[in-house]
Each structure stands twice: as C-alpha cells, then as structure tokens.
Design a protein around this ligand. Structure first.
Ligand SMILES: NC(=O)c1ccc[n+]([C@@H]2O[C@H](COP(=O)([O-])OP(=O)(O)OC[C@H]3O[C@@H](n4cnc5c(N)ncnc54)[C@H](OP(=O)(O)O)[C@@H]3O)[C@@H](O)[C@H]2O)c1
Length: 289
C-alpha cells in the first residue's frame, strides 16, 4: 500500500501519506475529472476532495481513468456539516465510497467544527476500525476544539487540516498537536492569492536565489516545516510548477526569514466569527470550504 513518488510523512497510526497533493475545491464538476487525470499524470499521488465540493464522483472517475493503481493514490475526503451526527455520518461515509468508486478512503476528515461532530467522530472511529478508512481526522479545528475532541475520544486524529500559509503559520495549533502527534495539513497554501501573495518580496528574493518560483518557495517552506500541502490549480503548467518542489532545500537562515512573515491572521475567514460560522452552517458562502 502506498508507493508514493513524493516525500511522505508518517501519521500517528503508521500510515504514510504524501506531503504534497492536489486540492479540488472550486474545480467545477465539468473539468474536475480531467484535472485529476492531469494531476496524476504530472505525478501527484494525493487528491483532496470533500462532500461539500460536489466533485467526489469526478475525482473517482479521474482516478480510474488515470490508470494509476488505486493503492498508489492517497484519497482524502471530508464530511460536511449537514451529514453530521453518528447515523448521518455513517451513511455519508458509504456514499463517499460509492462516489469515489473505491472500497476504502485513505483519510476522512470532519470538515467543520459545527453540528453534531461528536457523533460524526464516532462514525469515523467505527469506519476506521472496520477498515473503510485508513486514517481519520478533522479540519478547521482550533486548539480548544481539537484538545476537547482528543481528550474525549479513543482515537487521536491523525490529521487536522487548517488554513496555513506563510502569513498564517498556525503556531498555536501546531504546538498543541505536536503533543499528540497529529499532523497539520495546509489548506490554501497560497492564501488563495489574497494579500498579493505571489508578489511577496521575500518569496521573490528567495525564488531568485534558489532559481525557483515564489509558489515553489512557499510550498517548500511549509513542507520543510513538516506540513502537508494541497495547492489547487486548474492549469496543468501550474500543476507542474507546484509539483516540482522537492529538488531544492531552503537553508535554515531563509527558513527563519520566512517564519517572520507570519502575522497569525487568516486570509480567508475565521471560524470563531459568528457571521462566518452562520454562513458555513447555512451554506450561504462557500469561500472557506
Ligand atoms: N478544509 C477546508 O475547509 C478547506 C478550505 C479551502 C481549501 N481546502 C483545500 O485546499 C486546497 C487548496 O486551497 P485553495 O484552492 O483555497 O487555495 P490555494 O491552493 O492557496 O490557491 C489556489 C489559487 O492560486 C492559483 N494558483 C495555483 N498555483 C499557482 C501558481 N503556481 N502561480 C500563481 N497562481 C497559482 C489558482 O489559480 P488557477 O486555478 O487559475 O491556476 C487559484 O486561484 C483546495 O483545493 C481544497 O482541496 C480545504
């Protein structure tokens, strides 16, 4: 299981996961199958989807069409809020398996810390023990909700997926998760281009120094910090660019400079904001997703 052609990271249950993957949020169902085929052809072996994205079916088709053996691909999906609670989540896991045309999912996450996520977690634990899921975890869990879940359940989440990039390096949650060996997975590793991300002077300076691009420096920084990254692009040339990050190392002195870019604020939204939480729970604006 799992002959991955990128650097990997070992989860707290011994499962190995690629450190770099391809994310399909806002990749429309019309182009998603082709994008997944392209990404697998480029070399990606981790695909990050979610029930909420409405493209699990196309991800499943892309995986089959690619010809890459299923066991060499690490598929991540997530349970949305309206599938929360033990019974609904149990059924939703089975639907995801059907959509993705697979008899196991490598990593299944609770997408948001809203609704009856305790019931959802029990369904995840059960499916994990039944061998339907190779690893389980959460997404958008801040330190307080994360520690609450850890201390009140049997299985420590293997992964927590949060907004993470050079401007928001998630030091607090990383410090807590380190104690329990939960790995951080970065969503929006480019801050989705917000805050003039790709024009950041230090990323340009270092791109010049290492003969890479600002995007590659940003991704290499996170992976050198031991953070899993899932950049999204619907352009194959950018998929290639974002994939080619393991042929150089950022020197310690430059890692220190990059760490200093952290201003510890999300670019895309904060879950403790009541209006953001309301939007997510009622599915009005999909910006965080
Ligand atoms: N768990 C969650 O709540 C959550 C939330 C958000 C995202 N995610 C996951 O994280 C993945 C990535 O996050 P994201 O899509 O929000 O943002 P992102 O990966 O930070 O940024 C994607 C944006 O950057 C552009 N881009 C990609 N590569 C580029 C490059 N090399 N140079 C210049 N521009 C480039 C893309 O444009 P083009 O497509 O036009 O190339 C797109 O507009 C998602 O697809 C999803 O799987 C999870």
């Amino acid at each position: 299981m799992g002959v991955y052609n990128t650097e990997t990271i070992e989860l707290n249950n011994g499962v190995k996961m690629p450190l770099l993957g391809y994310g399909v949020f806002q990749v429309s169902s019309e182009i998603c199958e082709k994008c997944v085929v392209d990404a697998l052809e480029v070399g990606y072996r981790l695909i990050d989807t979610a029930q909420y994205y409405g493209n699990e079916v196309e991800v499943g088709r892309g995986v089959l069409r690619s010809g890459v053996p299923r066991e060499d691909i690490f598929i991540v999906s997530k349970i949305w809020i309206d599938n929360s609670g033990y019974e609904k989540a149990r059924a939703a896991i089975r639907r995801s398996l059907v959509n993705l045309k697979t008899n196991y999912i490598d990593l299944m996450l609770i997408h948001q810390p809203f609704g009856d996520y305790y019931g959802t977690y029990r369904a995840l634990e059960e499916a994990y023990k039944d061998g339907l899921l190779r690893a389980i975890g959460v997404s958008n869990f801040y330190p307080d909700r994360y520690i609450d879940l850890v201390l009140n359940n049997q299985i420590v989440p293997q992964v927590n997926q949060n907004e993470t990039h050079v401007f928001y390096q998630q030091k607090q949650v990383r410090d807590v998760m380190k104690q329990y060996d939960t790995k951080l997975m970065a969503w929006s590793p480019f801050a989705r281009g917000h805050n003039n991300f790709f024009q950041t002077p230090l990323l340009h300076d270092l791109a010049h120094k290492y003969m890479k691009t600002p995007a590659q420096v940003a991704l290499r920084f996170l992976t050198q910090e031991g953070i899993i990254v899932i950049p999204k692009s619907s352009h194959k040339d950018r998929m290639i660019e974002n994939f080619n990050i393991f042929d150089f190392n950022i020197e310690p002195v430059d890692m220190v400079r990059l760490r200093a870019l952290d201003f510890n604020k999300p670019a895309l939204g904060i879950h403790t904001d009541v209006e953001t939480a309301k939007d997510l729970i009622t599915r009005k604006t999909p910006i965080i997703g």
